[in-house]
Design a protein around this ligand. Structure first.
Ligand code: 13P
Length: 340
């Protein structure tokens, strides 16, 4: 199969109405924090059990078309029946993908800003990940809103890294998810979030163009445009949809097939309400989800690190995935939260 056909097939399998991506690619440090919240210890075995639980949820493929895995998980086997995790995903009609960046470090000469690492040796790692079953990848940049940030220097450097990653992925027949996340931390208003998000995305597409990345074979994973979490102003779902779509229409070429939002610390109900409002408007892209916390949070608590809660956790995940799938179709209503 040609690389182009491979990339096209992967996009086609992922950009499906009523479905989206489950981000289950927390780094070892991040998952340890999530497990600490439920009083569970983070070990290679407990992480494997939890991620096996997620991916063996009956009929998860009804609402999930792709899953982002962490490197460790890509090489693990299901704690129940020993199926390699990527095969478990495939058996549910879920495309396996992999987080390939190596996390954040501070950016020299840019106080308060960060850059994402992981380009060294990436070509070789991608070959290995592909043999293990990964068909798409993810790289996340972050931008902090404060008085003097994000700076043009941080925007440009980070965009350049994302573009180099994306070009390498496409060379290997792996669809790159490009994630320029403007963080929700801070007390900024929604207008500042819109300005920073537009700058981050505009700068990214200039870099993707410079590096010859084929936009039709990429997925954008942006934040929704919302006020900072310490801002205090209430916004409606319609306002979030208006702001978010205004930014995306200005900054994202129509050739991009799929935009899959991150949840970024928003509650599951808010993430779904906003996504649903976004999907009530016309747009040239499939507008979907690639949620980590918003999809997993309730299931993680239902599990609580205990084997006896396995089934309840799976039912909880299925229910949230169904609500999020409805949001992708613009059909989520807050009343649907209380149907038990
Ligand atoms: P959240 O939805 O929890 O923000 O996670 C998505 C993600 O993959 C961040 O890189």
């Amino acid at each position: 199969m040609t690389v182009t056909k491979e990339l096209q097939d992967t996009i086609q399998a992922m950009a499906v109405r009523g479905k989206g991506i489950l981000a289950a690619d927390e780094s070892t440090n991040t998952i340890a924090k999530r497990f600490a919240d439920i009083g569970a210890e983070s070990t290679e075995h407990s992480r494997c059990c939890y991620r096996s639980l997620l991916l063996s949820t009956p009929k998860l493929g009804d609402f999930i078309s792709g899953v982002i895995l962490f490197e460790e998980t890509l090489e693990q086997s299901c704690s129940i029946d020993g199926t390699p995790i990527p095969h478990l995903a495939q058996s549910q009609n879920i495309v396996p993908g992999i987080k390939v960046d190596k996390g954040l470090t501070t950016l020299a000469n840019c106080p308060g800003e960060q850059v994402t690492q992981g380009l060294d040796g990436l070509r070789e790692r991608l070959t290995r990940y592909k043999s293990a079953g990964a068909r798409f990848a993810k790289w996340r940049n972050v931008y902090h809103i404060a008085e003097n940030t994000p700076s043009q220097r941080a925007l440009t450097i980070n965009a350049e890294m994302l573009a180099r990653y994306a070009a390498l992925c496409q060379e290997q027949g792996i669809v790159p998810i490009v994630e320029p996340e403007v963080l929700i931390n801070g007390s900024h208003d929604i207008d500042s979030a819109a300005v920073a998000t537009e700058a981050a995305i505009q700068t990214l597409y200039q870099a993707l163009y410079r590096h010859g990345v084929v936009l039709e074979h990429t997925i954008l994973k942006p934040n929704m445009v919302v006020p900072g979490k310490d801002n205090g102003t209430k916004v409606s779902s319609e306002q979030v949809a208006d702001y978010t779509l205004k930014v995306l229409r200005r900054a994202v070429p129509a050739a991009v097939p799929m935009i899959a939002f991150l949840s970024g610390g928003l509650s599951p109900a808010k993430s779904d309400a906003y996504l649903s409002a976004i999907n009530q408007q016309e747009a040239p892209w499939v507008l979907s989800y690639s949620y980590g916390r918003a999809l997993q949070q309730e299931a993680l608590h239902a599990w609580g690190g205990k084997e006896e809660n396995w089934q309840e956790a799976q039912e909880t995940l299925y229910r949230r995935a169904a609500l999020t799938g409805a949001a992708q179709r613009g059909a989520y209503r807050p009343e649907m939260e209380n149907t038990d």
